[in-house]
Design a protein around this ligand. Structure first.
Ligand SMILES: Nc1nc2c(c(=O)[nH]1)N[C@H]1C(S)=C(S)[C@@H](COP(=O)(O)O)O[C@H]1N2
Ligand SMILES: [Mo]
Length: 316
């Protein structure tokens, strides 16, 4: 189990990512840093999405597409940040069905392409803060989760929403691990009011194209005020439930990862500070910028009222 704990960020800022991208950063520097983000590797199957701008944008500079798609956490494909891009080619994100069940009047099994035809796709630029103390700014394309949950007619007994990732060991090398492996599939959860919040997005794309496999194709959750691990990838099932559902990281290390996982610079991880974050993709020759982490990742105006009266130190 220990090998699955997130690594503590290095105090020297020499990270695996810097090493992985070291040569590339040098080349980009030689031809001008502005070009660094433009040279993304495209999946052969990436399709352009017809997305219109949605609310809640940010004017912060976007993380280059190359970084968004090559610095990933997706343990189904391996533990290194480069593994998901390298080892996910044989994953088949289509056809895909999403099951919505549990405390609903109308359980549904929806074909993803049908869902995408029936709903407008919005593009939303969100900050993303990983619990490992790095951050990105990502232009997602997706559908508000609330719109999709409403299709199933939620019953009043529903208090939480449980999410489940796909289980396909034949296509996901990380799921073939032996003893000490994560108990697959990856599972996550939200309180119902968090799931219905207008910021909460089911993403089907980024940078205007369908999601690359490594980013959670064909659909993944994005909850921008929470640590990145809440953003469960390659979702096959969403269940409305009465009790707080189990979550993968909480099961592995309950003292380090809580159910809520709201970004909070005032509550440190037991093994490192959460006060600041490394801005992925902001580096030239001199390393990446660090910036202060903001309460609720900067979305406090929209979400702080969800947690009124709660002790966020205890409910981490
Ligand atoms: N199924 C699944 N979902 C997952 C993960 C994972 O390992 N498996 N990693 C999480 C973590 S820790 C983060 S930070 C984000 C990373 O998303 P990205 O690679 O698209 O930036 O995905 C989250 N969703
Ligand atoms: Mo993460």
């Amino acid at each position: 189990m220990t090998r699955y704990l997130y690594p503590a960020p290095s105090p020297t800022e020499i990270t695996p990512r810097d090493i992985y991208f070291g040569r590339r950063a040098f080349l980009a520097g030689a031809v001008g840093l502005a070009a660094a983000g433009q040279a993304g590797t495209r999946q052969a199957s990436a399709a352009t999405l017809d997305a219109r701008p949605g609310p809640f944008g940010t004017s912060e500079p976007l993380t280059p597409r190359e970084d968004v798609t090559h610095y990933n956490n997706f343990y189904e494909f391996g533990l290194d940040k480069g593994d998901p891009a390298r080892l996910s080619d044989s994953f088949r994100p289509r056809p895909w069905t999403l099951r919505i069940d549990g405390a609903v009047a109308r359980p549904l099994t929806i074909d993803l392409d049908t869902l995408m035809k029936d709903h407008a796709i919005e593009s939303r630029v969100y900050r993303m803060r990983c619990v490992e103390a790095w951050s990105m700014v990502i232009p997602w394309d997706g559908i508000p989760l609330a719109d999709i949950l409403r299709l199933a007619d939620i019953q009043s007994s529903a208090k939480y929403v449980a999410f489940r990732s796909v289980l396909r060991p034949e296509e996901m090398p990380g799921q073939r691990g032996g003893a000490g492996s994560i108990d697959w599939p990856y599972v996550e959860g939200l309180r119902l009011d968090e799931a219905m919040h207008p910021l909460t997005l089911l993403a089907v794309g980024l940078y205007g194209e369908t999601l690359p496999n490594q980013n959670g194709a064909p659909l993944r959750l994005v909850v921008p005020w929470k640590y990145g691990f809440k953003g469960i990838k390659s979702i096959t099932r969403i269940s409305l439930v009465e009790r707080m559902p189990p979550t993968t990281w909480n099961r592995l290390a309950p003292d380090e990862y809580g159910f809520y996982a709201n970004v909070n610079p005032g509550v440190d991880h037991p093994r490192w500070s959460q006060a600041s974050e490394r801005v992925i993709g902001s580096g030239g020759f001199f390393g990446e910028r660090r910036q202060d982490t903001r309460m609720f990742n900067g979305y406090g105006e929209q979400v702080a009222q969800l947690y009124q009266g709660m002790d966020l130190r205890r409910n981490y």
